[in-house]
Design a protein around this ligand. Structure first.
Ligand code: GLA
Length: 735
């Protein structure tokens, strides 16, 4: 049993393959956190808490000896206002209007069924694998609040997934002001903090710093998980690196406002919390009503950041992504955005498709500009009817033309938005998010639709389903190009406006849920001005996401490296684009662009008709190679060999490798930053191979043992020119 409950001692132990997570039910129903770390035996871990009389630490009623204080107790799901001054997991107002919550455990149950939050993305178990779930029922009788804490174990991935269901068990409404998905207290915390920060076109850069006293947070109040702070944090031992050392990773399966924090207190303890951002959040719970938090996954690894990432990759790919496309080879696509922007018609798309077919590309995606009145980004959003005058034909005719060339057809939508200059807005001006007393702000000349309203979601479903049914469309790019301002809904009363941000995301999830259920053969790809909503919540519906609007191969090294900390290659869409690059004007060799795109789901985003014959030859060859390597890239294990974030502008820019799960096949990629004269040679120590096996290393033709390749390393030659790339394929040939 991976979940053990020793009732007499109040001890709860959750064991995954190499981690243990332990709690203790104390007299009075207090739920203490005992331990999270390397797997231990059946020890009585109650010795881990010390009770002492500490200054400035309030004592709850009944603890006159003053040695019990919530402010020093490591807790599992702490409340606000009753003696613990650290950041709470829950805060709630009852009939007395006071801000306070003090949940006590009432029952501990081990369930064989997995319990899931309603209307939210979730990690799912396979029937063939055991995934025990623990439920701890808690209550705060003073205000009538009940909570059910859920813990599901994914033993192989060393992952624990947590979420909470709140129930109003009283007779008067409650207001939830804070409802975190996850809270954890480390008694001591000499950690480094890692986060993925960024901005538009430079998403998910890795930042690491020693955890300091006070609160460090990655957070979003933009209505989406954001380019700025991914809903993921890690705490690593200061000496941990890619290959060794302890790392705890935490990822929230949510696409809206989030707060992911670590608070180091005056005793050196560390509280970690992840959940919906409590700012601008207040949820009214009517008597008998319930509220489910999003899920949060925690992973423990003793083999460094690389180990943590590989566990998350498997967890996300197997237990979060779903639908027929989860395991299917994803098509190599050509997207016309950077090729044409808004200026295209069916003939232009057909010309691109003709070249694409010759190069082995499998799908053409028609991006923004095919609907309503949409020749720039100032009008038309919301009017999801085909602009046949612009295309020069109907959509079914265009799709047939593309399919006749042997390509599948994909299409772009930005469902959640509306342009002021659109028929939809003229018909329904109250369908946007806005505060009644303010003029709504524009972003990219558009408003945000009020996805909290069922009629808006229903309208979008109808409009999108009609397009998808009208022709053989097998892919949708789901874009979202501005964040929320003036978050008010005309459908909610003034005292419930604190629910808008979360209800918005629930509406987005409902639309995604319905469309993915009714169109299972359609591959949905997420996008939000590139990677502005690249999060585990979206990956439940869209198994791949456009990683960034920055298509420059060198910029992509950092973006993709950071993204890979949490997300597997099969989730990252990576495209070859034109030079000079449209975002940074950099010119890189075509082989470097293809090598960078082979770190994930490969595609193209340029006007193929303008390429020289030589460029077409290279691209065609690399596409054929990608298709041959696709199973390795989609299913293999990722090992990061050289970080682009390490200091030094010159020399080796980044290196990584993918190893098949049976260890017989690997792809190694190294990209040079700026060339320098008379450079040192780089020895690139590989990882993840079988030491005793022999591998043929192509293109060099050497046969070397895994031990030599991992110990002595690949001896890289000079890489010629700025931004040059080398790739090696390793095939096991004995061992
Ligand atoms: C966003 C996307 C791009 C493209 C444009 C279209 O910026 O990230 O890939 O689809 O919108 O307007």
């Amino acid at each position: 049993m991976s979940i053990q409950y020793e009732k007499e001692k109040g001890l709860i132990r959750l064991n995954t393959r190499s981690s243990t997570y332990a709690m203790q039910l104390l007299p009075g129903g207090y739920l203490a956190h005992l331990y999270y770390g390397p797997r231990v035996g059946a020890d009585d871990l109650r010795y881990l808490i010390r009770y002492v009389d500490r200054p400035q630490a309030p004592n709850p009623p009944g603890s006159e000896d003053r040695i019990f204080s919530l402010n020093i107790l490591p807790q599992e799901y702490p409340g606000f206002g009753c003696g613990d001054y650290r950041s709470a997991a829950v805060n709630c107002r009852g009939a007395d209007g006071c801000f306070a919550a003090d949940l006590r455990a009432e029952a501990v149950e081990v369930l064989t069924d997995t319990m899931l939050p309603v209307g939210l993305p979730h990690f799912h178990a396979f029937a063939s694998e055991a995934h025990d779930t623990l439920r701890i029922r808690m209550a705060d009788p003073a205000i009538g609040l009940q909570a059910e804490l859920y813990y599901t174990l994914f033993e192989e991935q060393d992952a624990i997934v947590r979420w909470t269901r709140f129930i109003n068990g009283g007779e008067t409404p409650l207001i939830l002001d804070r409802a975190m998905s996850f809270s954890l207290d480390f008694a001591a915390g000499d950690f480094d903090w890692l986060q993925l920060w960024g901005g538009w076109s430079r998403e998910r850069h890795v930042e690491r710093s020693p955890l300091r006293h006070g609160i460090q947070a990655a957070e979003s109040r933009r209505g989406a998980s954001s380019s700025q702070h991914n809903p993921f944090i890690a705490l690593a031992s200061p000496t941990a690196d890619e290959t060794q050392g302890e790392v705890y990773g935490f990822a929230l399966a949510y696409s809206g406002n989030h707060l992911c924090f670590a608070e180091k207190d005056q005793y050196g303890g560390v509280r970690v919390g992840l959940g919906i951002h409590p700012e601008a959040f207040a949820w009214t719970l009517e008597p008998g009503g319930s509220f489910d938090t999003p899920q949060c996954a925690a992973v423990y690894a003793s083999d460094g950041l690389g180990g943590m990432s590989r566990k998350f990759h498997l967890l996300i790919q197997r237990h979060l992504c779903r639908g027929p496309w989860r395991d299917r080879p994803r098509p190599v696509l050509i997207n016309n955005w950077e090729a044409t922007y808004f200026q295209f018609n069916a003939d232009k798309l057909a010309a691109i498709a003709a070249d694409a077919a010759r190069l082995g590309i499998e799908m053409l995606v028609m991006d923004d500009g095919w609907f309503g009145k949409r020749d720039d980004d100032r009008s038309g959003l919301g009017d999801w009817t085909v602009n046949e005058a612009k295309l020069g034909c109907t959509l079914p005719e265009l799709v047939s033309r593309i399919r006749e060339q042997g390509l599948q057809f994909g299409i772009w939508f930005e469902p959640e938005m509306v342009s002021p200059d659109s028929d939809l807005y003229r018909r329904h001006p109250d369908w946007i998010l806005k505060a009644p007393s303010r003029t709504p702000s524009l972003g990219r000349s558009q408003y945000v639709l009020d996805m909290s309203r069922p009629e808006v979601v229903d309208y979008l479903y109808g409009a999108m389903a009609a397009i998808l049914r009208s022709a053989e469309i097998t892919y949708v790019k789901w874009d979202m190009n501005r964040y929320i301002t003036e978050a008010g809904s005309a459908a909610l009363s003034p005292n419930r406006q604190g629910e808008v941000f979360h209800r918005y995301i629930l509406g987005v999830y409902r639309l995604l849920d319905q469309l993915t259920a009714d169109f299972p053969e359609v591959l949905f790809e997420g996008c939000a001005s590139g990677g502005g909503r690249f999060d585990p919540g979206m990956l439940y519906y869209t198994p791949q996401i456009w990683t960034s609007d920055d298509t420059d191969a060198i910029e992509r090294l950092s973006i993709q490296y950071g993204t890979s900390l949490l997300y597997p290659p099969a989730c990252m869409a990576c495209h070859v684009s034109a030079v000079p690059n449209h975002q940074v004007a950099r010119t890189t060799p075509l082989e470097t662009r293809t090598a960078a795109a082979m770190a994930g789901v490969f595609g193209c985003e340029l006007d193929l008709t303008t390429l020289s014959r030589e460029e077409k030859e290279i691209l065609g060859r690399e596409i054929a190679r990608y298709k041959r390597l696709r199973p390795l890239i989609m299913e293999g294990e990722l090992y990061r060999l050289k970080s682009p974030f390490e200091k030094g502008e010159r020399g080796l820019g980044a290196a990584w490798m993918l190893v098949s799960r049976d260890k017989t096949h690997a792809l190694v990629t190294a990209v040079q930053a700026m060339a320098i004269p008379d450079t040192p040679f780089f020895r690139l120590r590989l990882q993840g191979l079988l030491p005793q096996a022999a591998y043929r290393v192509e293109p060099d033709g050497f046969i070397l043992s895994g031990a030599a390749l991992m110990g002595a390393g690949l001896n890289l030659p000079y890489i010629i020119g700025d931004y040059g790339a080398l790739t090696y394929e390793l095939t096991m040939c004995g061992g």
